[in-house]
Design a protein around this ligand. Structure first.
Ligand code: GLU
Length: 379
């Protein structure tokens, strides 16, 4: 069914149409093992690639590994295997070097970078989810390239993402990216391990990232890349469900992203839905904690695509925390939508009916103006 080179059509289309791109970079690409330090020439090329994307108006987030690999020299040991405390200490040392390297290579191109460290708790806890989403979104609006990594120094096994492929997929879904780029040491997924089987076939397009394809990757590629092909395909699955397409491409060449844009051989995993529907589906799947009644002005505003502001709220029932789901009810008592609340019920008690300017005065601190942001609302 798939035409030969059909990935090129997708690479072209997706990169033309995308607004936000997440690029995952593994330690194997970024660190030159022979010197235990950053591969500067590779990073310079990557920085130019990112700069080209930004010149085309794209927002770019980098998810980068490398903290542990850069920091492990402090142990003066050649041993590859570090225990948990050792890798946490190594990450604490290496993370500074990692972000410094990005800054040094992006600054000359006029690109500001920012460090974001997260644990998997941050995406499971909705309050933290909203906070990290708001921060990353604001950085992107400010034209900054966030450099995301797992917060290895506090991440114990229970709260670990475990691998940055999965983390990158979560970030892509968090910000509603259209493309997740997983740079690897192989140009995509094959029907069997190409190093072992000559007859293995490159799979250019995966229409549906289902369990069959996940287990194919598990069986055939478990040792190829550092994270393994399985984690990459699992990451593609998370991204796909969030409406984001994933491309697995060979990263160990100069200008790896231009390589994809210019038609280099890759595998594309298609998005199953658009990001908005995925987020809305998530909102729909969560139990409501409160009911918020709005006036006619607010109803018209939200129906024409605006956020719900505290000014339009007349009364509410229920106790909820920031990040909980509330239903939105109009003057006829009819449910008109659902959404993620940006304030808890105690705060809303103080600011319902309040204009934007008075919110901070009533609360005593500067807060977000919307009660439910339009991106976090289902009508
Ligand atoms: N967070 C780890 C690091 O910076 C890497 C995890 C991974 O590569 O999956 O070294």
């Amino acid at each position: 069914m798939n035409l030969e080179n059909s990935w090129q059509i997708y690479s072209n289309k997706f990169f033309n149409e995308s607004k936000t791109v997440v690029v995952k970079i593994g330690s194997a690409l970024l660190i030159d093992d022979s010197i235990g330090d950053i591969n500067k020439s590779w990073l310079s090329c990557l920085a130019e690639d990112i700069s080209n994307l930004k010149d085309k108006g794209k927002k770019v987030i980098i998810v980068s590994s490398g903290a542990v690999a850069l920091g492990k020299k402090i142990f003066h040991s050649d041993s590859e295997k570090l225990d948990l405390e050792q890798s946490q200490a190594a990450a604490a040392v290496g993370q500074i070097k990692l972000c410094q390297a990005y800054q040094e290579h992006f600054d000359p191109l006029g690109i500001k970078t920012a460090q974001i460290l997260v644990t998997s708790e941050d995406s499971q806890n909705r309050r933290r989810y909203l906070n990290s989403k708001a921060t990353i979104t604001r950085l992107l609006e400010l034209n900054v390239v966030p450099i995301v990594n797992e917060n290895d120094t506090v991440a114990t096994d229970e709260i670990r993402f475990g691998d940055n492929d999965r983390l990158a997929a979560q970030v892509a879904s968090l910000v509603g990216a259209e493309i997740l780029v997983l740079l690897s040491d192989i140009d995509g997924i094959y029907s069997a391990d190409p190093k072992l089987e000559k007859m293995s076939r490159h799979i250019p397009i995966v229409d549906e990232v289902n369990e069959a394809i996940v287990s194919l990757a598990g069986e055939t590629f478990s040792n190829i890349a550092k994270g393994g092909m399985r984690t990459k395909v699992e990451a593609a699955q998370i991204a796909s469900l969030a409406g984001c397409a994933t491309v697995i491409a060979k990263g160990d060449l100069s200008y790896p992203i231009s390589g994809i844009v210019n038609g280099g051989k890759v595998s594309w995993f298609l998005a199953s839905r658009n990001p908005e529907n995925a987020r809305k589906q998530w909102i729909n799947s969560i139990k409501i904690k409160g009911s918020v009644f709005i006036d006619e002005g607010a109803r018209k505003a939200i129906e024409s695509g605006s956020s719900l502001l505290p000014a339009g709220i007349t009364k509410f029932f229920g106790r909820f925390a920031r990040g909980d789901i509330v239903e939105i009810i109009n003057t006829d008592g009819k449910k008109v939508g659902k959404g993620i609340s940006s304030y808890n019920s105690e705060e809303l008690e103080k600011i319902k009916g309040c204009s934007r300017e008075n919110i901070s005065i009533k609360l005593g601190y500067v807060a977000r103006s919307a009660f439910v942001h339009r991106d976090d609302m289902v009508l």
